[in-house]
Design a protein around this ligand. Structure first.
Ligand code: NDP
Length: 337
């Protein structure tokens, strides 16, 4: 069935299918298909949007999952057999796959071959995959950041947020992040180098909290949360500030959006608020790798993952995103090689 409200583990089920064939089937041999073994799967907030009933405003942007079919999402996979000229058995790839052990991919357009294998392979679900590209595109391409600016990141310990904060620090910005526990707040400051961080769940008045951390106002807001958080940010923006709208996770379990009443402040402060969608930026992936891989290797950037073992633990991992019980990028290990 389609999901209503907060997703639960029982909204998903595990099923055993028949024998696994380790070859591209005969009938597919003429098409450029690739049979892959999934190694790491990514849990992403957008999966909740795709669990909605078709027909609401989101369906034309995110195709709803068909009940009873495997979850579709990003993963890291190994090519087992290939009829595609650009992929051969043994290649490692990341891109859009399904929550299955093996899968025949007929459309390889979303696949990127993995060339740097001297970093953890799971990173291609996070810092070196879709969330990493999201942080990169949103921060560098949408926010137009400058050294010394005041940057605020919500859901700052998430797959995207932890990287945005570190990019902003490397650029010489003053960076504050928010997250939903004291433990996350400590890591934001002590491991990722945020100048300040706070637990938004402990703040009765978000507008006052932001005023405390940004007495001069916010130049750049990297929006992951929406709702009341966005409303409080609007009151704290500086003249000519920028808001990169990456996502609004606080709204994904509601039918109607809630909590934003201060949009006139876009006018008062001449703020540019711009939504973006990461697939529009994948042509920048090689440039992104040139920047981020050296940062990882030299220790300028760190990344925290929340890893669970076994496809059977995938639903629990996915559900945790919506209560903030994930600490870092949520990854499901299906197989390590
Ligand atoms: P995260 O790893 O940040 O996981 C979600 C986190 O959101 C949770 O850990 C929790 O952290 C926080 N959260 C959950 N529910 C709420 C709530 N009701 N109010 C406030 N915070 C909440 O996810 P990602 O980093 O993968 O994604 C971050 C955002 O980026 C999402 O909105 C996602 O949809 C969006 N996105 C957009 C893309 C694009 O192309 N535009 C691509 C990829 C992601 P805590 O409460 O502890 O802070």
């Amino acid at each position: 069935n389609y999901v209503e409200g907060v997703p639960k583990e029982s909204d998903m089920y595990i099923s055993d299918t028949a024998t696994i064939k380790l070859k591209v089937p005969h009938e597919e041999e003429a098409s450029p298909s690739v049979l892959v073994k999934n190694l790491y799967l990514s849990c992403d907030p957008v999966m909740r949007i795709r669990m909605r009933k078709p027909g609401d405003e989101t369906s034309s942007y995110f195709t709803p999952f068909a009940p009873g079919s495997p979850i579709v999402g990003y993963g890291v996979s190994k090519v087992v057999d290939s009829k595609h000229p650009e992929f051969k058995a043994g290649d490692l790839v990341w891109g859009i796959t399904k929550w299955e052990e093996y899968i025949l991919i007929k459309n390889t357009q979303s696949f990127f071959k993995i060339n740097h294998t001297d970093v953890p392979l799971s990173y291609y679900t996070g810092i070196l995959g879709m969330p990493g590209m999201t942080a990169y595109a949103g921060f560098y391409e949408v926010c137009n950041p400058k050294k010394g600016e005041y940057v605020y990141v919500s859901s700052a310990f998430g797959a995207v947020g932890q990287l945005v904060g570190q990019f902003a620090k490397l650029m010489g910005c003053y960076v504050v992040g928010s997250a939903g526990s004291q433990e996350k707040v400590d890591i934001l400051k002590n491991k990722f180098g945020f100048d300040e961080a706070f637990n938004y769940k402990e703040e009765a008045d978000l507008t006052a909290a932001l005023k405390r951390y940004f007495p001069q106002g916010i130049d750049i807001y990297f929006e992951n949360v929406g709702g009341k958080m966005l409303d409080a940010v609007l009151l704290n923006m500086r003249l000519h500030g920028r808001i990169a709208v990456c996502g609004m996770i606080s709204q994904y379990n509601f039918e109607q959006h809630q909590g934003v009443t201060n949009l006139m402040h876009l006018v008062y402060k001449r703020v540019r608020m711009e939504g973006f969608f990461v697939p529009d930026f994948y042509h920048l992936y090689p440039k992104f790798l040139d920047l981020v891989v050296p940062f990882i290797k030299q220790g300028n950037i760190t990344y925290v993952e929340d890893i669970v073992e076994g496809l059977e633990n995938g639903p629990a991992s996915l559900v945790r995103l919506f209560s903030g019980r994930n600490a870092g990028k949520a990854v499901v290990v299906v197989a390590r090689e």
